[in-house]
Ligand binder design. Structure first.
Ligand code: IVH
Length: 678
């Protein structure tokens, strides 16, 4: 044995113990999971090579985590196990698992492929839900696997978790799954924190885990959590289906959410295909996953395979590239946005995170940057999940070499030199240059040309840079006077591309009022507000001349939005821009109500009411689908209601629907209605 190996092992153990405490007990990790895993594997490798170094207290020798003092411990009737992780993120991981299962089942080479249930691996906190005679009586965290913590009080506030099961519930069933936070709920929470100048949360998983284990249930109030079931604990008096997939279907029938992206697949090929398909879907999912989970589908085979120490032989987690990584912060630059907002942007040592290489990440604003204590030269944690902009979530504690100066917001715009201002008590610094500022002009043009705005194909970043920097465009209407000759004269612009762009500009002239209003880039006027305005006023002149009071009559328009619209159209140069764009030939159907010009939609004129928790669709998703099909979602049931869509925990609205004889649908019924109508 070399003393260096012993020293290294001791150092690794100390580090791992420190980080495990931060992660499991304090819910405040300092390093990304991938880094923890790397240290863990390094220690495992040393211990494998030098068995004499193995100590019973090594982090490799036990399941981590302990019961906190404040929460009441709960002993699990059936231990809550963890699963082996296949860290090879290539399809080889699936092949290796299938080979192991076949070997342990002693299947001959020519035996048919094994059936697996393939699922998503949700990134949250494991929870067991104990239902006695259909009623939720206990919710417990995993803890160390043998003993968890009673978190019933907090879990009861999670809307997705039924307090009573649907249908014929057995005398006892413990449903296990993951409590997690959707990315949009997480972003909204942080957005609110930022507006208030409060501390932002690091990632959805820690936020969910932290909230559930808080002693004060008030901390749950502003955090919307979700839940997906993936298995069972103790059951009594219930004939469990013979397969895992059948069990999940039964759990879904009890009204507990089970994710729809689960499949029964055959053999290694089926697993590898699933892994690859979900990899392509990962960014588009509304929540974080860190991999997929494969389970032998037949319960009888699961029993034959059994367990090794604390891990079942019949299940494995197959990872994807981590969504958080460490890297060096090389510099901080200022980016000027469409509304003039100055955002500090981190220039990073390029790092592979969430499946792509990231070298820029947002630091949001100077206050957040200060709170996080991030300085140039630091090792920082970058997070990239879904299509959310990569962000720096914090620094990895450690000594700094030498003095590094604190970052300061510039007093003048780095792009145009105009004064930088900050509203009283506000968080954001803004360039006061307006469209005089090249950066704002560029962003305004890009926004105007965007797919959801005027949809000018081919007008991207590079071209806009050229047009603005070359002084070819100063205002939006000038886009339409560019002409073929000027465009073709640009560097790197082929005749054909120039002609395409001219055609795209021409095509964009026929639009809708809602798109046009959105394209103008009025502060606080997003797509939905633009549609509401178009529907309400029906014409641009009426919008431009509307008073604040008249604007307040529009659906969902509050004082801030109304004032912003009024201020925009009070500026003579903005009215001029509108006139010039109209003179350039931009037009839309008369009395365009954004929907009126669209093709008749299948649910047009129908009013639906949503109640209870649907098994797979969030309320927002269901609402979006109904509205996309032309339907309206109302808050209460009346004689005018065409359908009531009811999920778990549906209450008085369902009673009312039955009383009035309104057709009641479940989620499948809603989907069928949308499909049939489409
Ligand atoms: S099955 C005996 N299925 O991953 C098998 N676990 O170590 C028990 N997880 O913390 C786990 N998604 O909370 C299973 N579809 C899924 C899962 C899943 C996430 C978590 C689980 C546990 C860890 C497994």
């Amino acid at each position: 044995m070399t003393s260096t190996a012993a020293d290294r092992a001791a150092a690794l153990r100390a580090q791992l113990q420190h980080h495990a405490h931060r992660y499991y007990v304090l819910d405040a990790p300092e390093i990304p999971d991938a880094e923890y895993d790397r240290l863990f594997r390094e220690l495992q490798a040393i211990e494998a090579e030098h068995p004499e170094l193995l100590a019973p207290d090594s982090p490799t020798q036990r399941v981590l985590g302990r019961v906190l003092d404040g929460l009441v411990p709960v002993r699990h009737a059936v231990p809550m196990l963890s699963i082996r992780t296949e860290t090879d993120t290539t399809p080889a991981g699936a092949v290796a698992f299938d080979a192991r299962v076949r070997r342990e089942l002693e299947l001959p080479a020519d035996a048919p492929p094994v059936d697996y249930c393939a699922e998503l691996k949700f990134d949250g906190l494991a929870i067991g839900l104990r239902y006695e005679n259909g009623v939720l009586v206990l919710a417990a965290t995993r803890g160390d696997g043998e003993t968890g913590e009673d978190v019933t009080q907090n879990v009861r506030t999670i809307g997705q978790i039924p307090l009573r099961l649907l249908g014929d519930a057995p005398p006892l069933v413990e449903i296990r799954g993951e409590a997690y936070m959707r990315r949009d709920d997480f972003e909204r929470l942080n957005e609110r924190q930022r507006e208030r100048g409060g501390k932002t949360f690091v990632n959805p998983r820690n936020t969910a885990a932290g909230a559930i284990r808080q002693l004060d249930p008030k901390t749950m109030a502003d955090k919307r959590l979700s839940f997906y079931a993936y298995g069972l604990g103790e059951t009594r008096g219930w004939a469990q289906p013979a397969t895992h997939s059948g069990t999940l279907d039964a759990i879904a029938a009890f009204g507990v959410p089970v994710n729809a992206e689960r499949r029964v697949v055959q053999g290694a090929d089926g697993l590898a295909e699933f892994h690859q398909r979900i990899a392509g879907l990962r960014d588009a999912l509304p929540f974080d996953i860190d991999g997929v989970v494969y389970k032998v589908n037949a319960i009888a085979l699961q029993k034959r395979l059994g367990f090794v120490t604390r891990e079942p032989r019949w299940a494995v987690a197959h990872k994807y590239p981590a969504q958080e990584q460490m890297t060096r912060l090389n510099g901080i630059e200022i980016q000027v946005g469409r509304t003039g907002k100055l955002t500090p942007v981190a220039k990073l040592e390029p790092v592979f995170v969430g499946g792509t290489t990231v070298s820029n990440a947002t630091l949001h604003n100077v206050f957040e940057l200060r709170r996080k204590g991030v300085r140039v030269g630091d090792t920082v944690i970058v997070r990239r999940a879904g299509d959310v902009i990569p962000e720096v979530v914090g620094r990895v504690p450690g000594p700094r070499d030498g003095y590094v100066s604190n970052f300061r917001m510039p007093r003048s715009c780095p792009v145009c030199g105009s004064a930088v201002v900050r509203e009283r008590g506000g968080i954001d610094h803004r360039c006061s240059g307006g469209l005089f500022c090249g950066a704002q002009r560029k962003q305004a043009i890009l926004h105007f040309a965007g797919r959801r705005a005027m949809d000018i194909e081919g007008l991207g970043d590079k071209l806009v840079d050229q047009l603005v920097d070359g002084g070819l465009i100063r205002t939006l209407p000038e886009l339409y006077t560019l002409g073929l000759a000027k465009l073709a004269a640009l560097e790197r612009m082929a005749e054909k591309s120039a002609a395409n762009l001219v055609a795209a500009l021409d095509k964009s002239k026929q639009t809708t009022l809602a798109r046009f209003l959105y394209a103008l880039g009025i502060r606080h006027v997003g797509e939905t507000t633009a549609k509401d305005l178009a529907r309400h006023f029906g014409g641009i002149d009426r919008v431009m001349d509307a008073s604040v009071e008249q604007l307040l009559d529009v659906n969902d328009v509050g004082p801030v939005v109304a004032q912003s619209i009024r201020t925009f159209f009070e500026q003579p140069h903005n009215r001029e821009v509108v006139e010039q764009l109209r003179a350039a030939g931009i037009h839309w159907p008369e009395h365009d109500g954004a929907v009126a010009d669209a093709a008749p939609k299948p649910l047009t004129g129908k009013t639906l009411v949503l109640t209870g928790t649907l098994p797979t669709l969030s309320r927002d998703a269901a609402k979006e689908m109904i509205e996309a099909a032309g339907g309206k979602v109302a808050g209460s049931v009346s004689k005018k209601t065409d359908y009531v869509v009811a999920g778990a925990e549906a209450g008085s609205k369902l009673d009312k629907a039955r009383e009035l004889g309104v057709t009641v649908l479940d989620e499948a019924g809603l989907l069928a209605l949308l499909a049939a109508a489409a």
